[in-house]
Design a binder for this molecule. Structure first.
Ligand code: ATP
Ligand code: MG
Length: 582
């Protein structure tokens, strides 16, 4: 490959685009890699297309190596497929819907589970046909509520999506593990710093799902990691280690106190500390009972649920939703309190909950033998020294308190802190959701039909391009890892003599040696502009043919380290090849 900047369809910009907030958006636009066509819709210009294809090539190589087979399905899909699984409705406004001239409804595929499932159903029928892993690299369409940050969150974007089909759960696990290993190789080759987080705790028997997050402060996903190990997880999946149970013998008796105007925890703690009870209280000594209601799918009955947790923590609603999935959760409304007069706002205690058969789940820290200050179920009254396992026995444990910096890591090594990441990949054991919807069976060796089980796995190919830039840039521009750089070497000729002819000659030789070459052969462009462009574009290695040419020297530059080296003209080809292969 040899690209000449004198004719290349490329215009770099000096100014950041007005709508750009994150570095990758600014630099990809300024470097002429992409251009915005509509909100969340981008054109890939020649250099951008090369980078995008390079990412796709790495993905393809690793998918093929693990036994995946590439195909290409349409993006324009009939509504019926997605109606069969309920996703025509479920997707809501995110789905691009359209209608043909005959009035039939279509959509632009946001992801392709339905289509792959039907394809396999049509072609395969015997257990001998399985397992099979199919994938494609294709544009996907989602009418995102907030398209953002250029190609990081587009409405049209490039995704590698693959689907595994297996006879049994052990097979699915194998296909999943293959994908996981392939993803690790892909993201390692792309030079990304990433973590693999469990998408949900799976506490409710949910199927395995993990996300690959590129670590970046501009990422939209929050996750927690440990100071003492490589533990990383989504906030929803963090588990709180339960302290050991304590003996209840000899603990003081529970005692109700009149605590006027203490409907908030701070007011309560202040009040108690003014009572001279011979000890100091903090918010962590109180047991707060948070009431919500839940509804299982398919039912219209809401059921009360009380969550008991230390008063210095809030319930994290996302953790609560994840823990209760697939049931829905909602906050109580005034009429719920009115319908349940035993719920005395600000003074709710375990007694009334348990006496009235409200399901009562507590934080893992509320173990047997811990003593709490909590509501006494009448206005202006609290009970002190209410002991778990002695004075009340909850219905179970629920781990939904907010996770805080400094909390112990679940693996026992180090403490947790919050970080941000960009979701670049997602692997998911779907199970039989789609094969049930479409009744996909294979005839087993015994002649009986067996329901196929599936996995689905995505990589955001265009998002990866932006994620690499988020992690690999400086104040001058992009610093591409060689594997996906638009070129190996940027040969720059500057000066009034025959530097440009010389640059073209060297570029030709480097190309003949197998390097991918970008050559700046523009006439009448100042050296300053050429250097600025080179740094913005971010090709890993640069060869500069400038004033030194008269003395037979040229310069080799490394974009990442900034190192410069004078090299004799007749040695530059060898030296550059060596630098690019290092
Ligand atoms: P997000 O939570 O970021 O919206 P998602 O969980 O909806 O993503 P998946 O359905 O898991 O996305 O899609 C697989 C992969 O496609 C994601 O891991 C991500 O890398 C990429 N992707 C998803 N949505 C977009 C988008 N709007 N623009 C670019 N890439 C995307
Ligand atoms: Mg996802």
């Amino acid at each position: 490959m040899l690209l000449r900047m004198s004719t290349l369809f490329l215009r770099t910009l000096r100014e950041d685009p007005a709508d750009a907030e994150v570095p990758s958006h600014k630099l990809l636009v300024r470097g002429g890699y992409v251009r915005r066509a509509a909100p969340g819709v981008y054109s890939w210009l020649p250099l951008g297309k090369i980078v995008l294809e390079n990412v796709a090539r790495v993905v393809r190589e690793e998918m093929d190596a693990m036994g995946g087979q590439e195909l290409l399905l349409p993006a324009l899909l009939p509504k019926e497929y997605y109606e069969a699984t309920g996703r025509w409705e479920e997707y809501g406004d995110t789905l691009f819907r359209l209608r043909d001239r005959k009035g039939a409804d279509y959509l632009l595929g946001p992801t392709h589970e339905e289509v792959f499932t039907l394809l396999v159903k049509g072609e395969y029928s015997s257990y001998k046909d399985f397992p099979v892993i199919l994938y494609q690299i294709q544009e996907k369409f989602r009418d995102e509520a907030r398209p953002r940050a250029g190609v990081l969150r587009g409405r049209e974007f490039h995704m590698k999506d693959s689907y595994s089909f297996d006879i049994d759960d052990a097979g699915l696990q194998e296909s999943y593990d293959k994908h996981r290993a392939a993803y690790i190789r892909i993201f390692d080759r792309l030079g990304l710093e990433y973590v693999i987080v469990k998408a949900t705790s799976g506490a409710m028997g949910g199927s395995a799902s993990e996300e690959f997050l590129a670590v970046a402060p501009t990422g939209e996903d929050t996750f927690v990691r440990s100071t003492g190990s490589d533990y990383a997880a989504n906030v929803e999946a963090v588990t709180t280690p339960a302290p050991a149970a304590l003996p209840v013998e000899g603990l003081p008796e529970a005692k109700v106190h009149h605590t006027p105007d203490t409907a908030t925890i701070l007011a309560l703690v202040d009040f108690l500390n003014g009572l001279d009870l011979g000890r100091d209280f903090t918010e962590a000594d109180t047991l707060k009972n948070v009431l919500v209601k839940t509804r299982v799918p398919g039912s219209d009955e809401w059921e009360l649920l009380a969550v008991g947790l230390p008063g210095d923590r809030e319930v994290d609603f996302k953790r609560l939703e994840a823990a209760l999935e697939p049931a829905e959760v909602a906050l109580l409304e005034e009429e719920d309190f009115a319908a349940n007069p035993f719920l005395v706002k600000g003074y709710i205690g375990p007694r009334a909950l348990l006496d009235n058969k409200v399901r009562y789940l507590v934080d893992p820290r509320v173990v047997t033998g811990t003593a709490w200050v909590t509501g006494a179920d009448r206005p202006d009254h609290h009970v002190i020294d209410l002991v778990a396992g002695r004075d009340f026995t909850p219905d179970g444990v629920i781990d939904v308190a907010e996770v805080r910096d400094g909390d112990p890591s679940p693996d026992g090594r180090g403490t947790l802190y919050t970080a941000r990441g960009i979701e670049i990949g997602h692997i998911f054991q779907l199970g039989r959701k789609y094969t049930d919807a479409f009744q996909v069976d294979a005839l087993g060796p015994d002649g009986k039909p067996k329901r196929i089980t599936m996995g689905s796995y995505g990589i955001g190919v265009s998002r990866v391009v932006a994620s690499v830039v988020e992690q690999s840039h400086d104040d001058k521009g992009i610093v591409w890892p060689r594997e996906i750089a638009p070129a190996d070497v940027h040969v720059i000729g500057t000066g009034k003599g025959d530097q440009i002819e010389e640059a073209l000659r060297i570029a030709g030789e480097l190309q003949a040696r197998g390097l991918r070459v970008l050559v700046d052969d523009r006439k009448g462009v100042s050296p300053g502009v050429k250097f600025t462009d080179a740094e913005l574009l971010g090709v890993p290695t640069a060869v500069i043919i400038g004033r030194g040419l008269a003395d037979g020297v040229v310069e080799l530059r490394d974009r990442a380290t900034g190192e410069r080296e004078e090299v004799a003209l007749d040695a530059i080809v060898e030296r550059t090849v060596a630098a690019c292969r290092a």
